[in-house]
Ligand binder design. Sequence first.
Ligand code: UFG
Length: 338
Amino acid sequence: MSVLLTGGTGYIGSHTAVELLDAGYDVVLADDLSNSEESVVGRIERICGKRPLFYKADVKDRGILGRIFSENDIEAVIHFAGFKAVGESVGEPLMYYRNNLDTAISVLETMKETGCRRFIFSSSATVYGMNNTVPFREDMPRSSTNPYGTTKLMIEMIMEDLCRSDDTFSCVALRYFNPVGAHPSGLIGEKPSGVPNNLTPYIQQVASGIREKLYVFGNDYDTPDGTGVRDYIHVTDLAAGHLCAMKYSSDHPGFCAVNLGTGTGYSVLEMVRAFEKVNGVKIPYEISPRRPGDIASCYADVTKAKQLLGWQAEKGLEDMLRDAWNWEKNRTGRQESE
Ligand code: UFG
């Protein structure tokens, strides 16, 4: 029996592959490599001593998906494949709806036909929208502020409808807060293309001299220091949450949504200071206008994850920022020697 990870060579997919292989699962990765590289497969093998099976596949393609399911005994699917840049989704909404909805529906249709009934989905805290108060609880009303977020919300709704129509399906939506850091080995991590949208990859590039300074998007929010507060979670903790969700899905049919966060928020300036302290580097910054669509504070209520999945984040900010910088140094070093 194997677990299929769509988008399996991406940032969170690759760390989840390591977690599953270390726990003794057979792992099949499918990825179209639109935002990752095949060399990740070898690096996963270097970390775990076991190589996952890899298909270069766009999972919108029902033909390739059918082949993956017929060649492997897939017991569960963890669905990561999808576009994830909020700003890009505003400019290219059709591309986001087509890609993100199509991949999810193709995977679910194939599962329905083949009898595979356990689906774990990369959802996002973005589904809490702008109108809830922190900490965000899973039973709060959902909304979205951009096409990317709407695809997450719509896929959650598709999962709910599917579970209502067929009580043998188990669908778990994992609502990620802000994943950061990298595997402590420095072999896998996030590789943003172009100018990073997210805070930590941007800080990493300032630290390594690729960018001159960080632009802090607003210091007039209703937060202790005026800058945005987020719930940053180490990507290996997040990956471990998928393993717990996978186990949970084996004997819990129906839909459920679970937050994967630490429950603690840090501001942008706290992140900058922590990065400087942990890694001994200076991060010059400049306060700039708010970024449209950003909320002041976003952090999780983590009660349900503990109760339902028996999972909680173990690593702190120091681990996240040390591993993030270690990955950045390794990565840029590797690029220079290539
Ligand atoms: N920020 C800066 N400068 C930057 C980048 C970010 O000041 O260059 C600030 C933002 O304004 C925000 C914080 O840093 O206050 C975190 O921003 P990120 O872009 O790293 O993360 P977001 O919380 O905006 O977005 C993340 C994911 C989205 C997801 C969202 C849901 O990237 O995919 O969380 O909560 F939808």
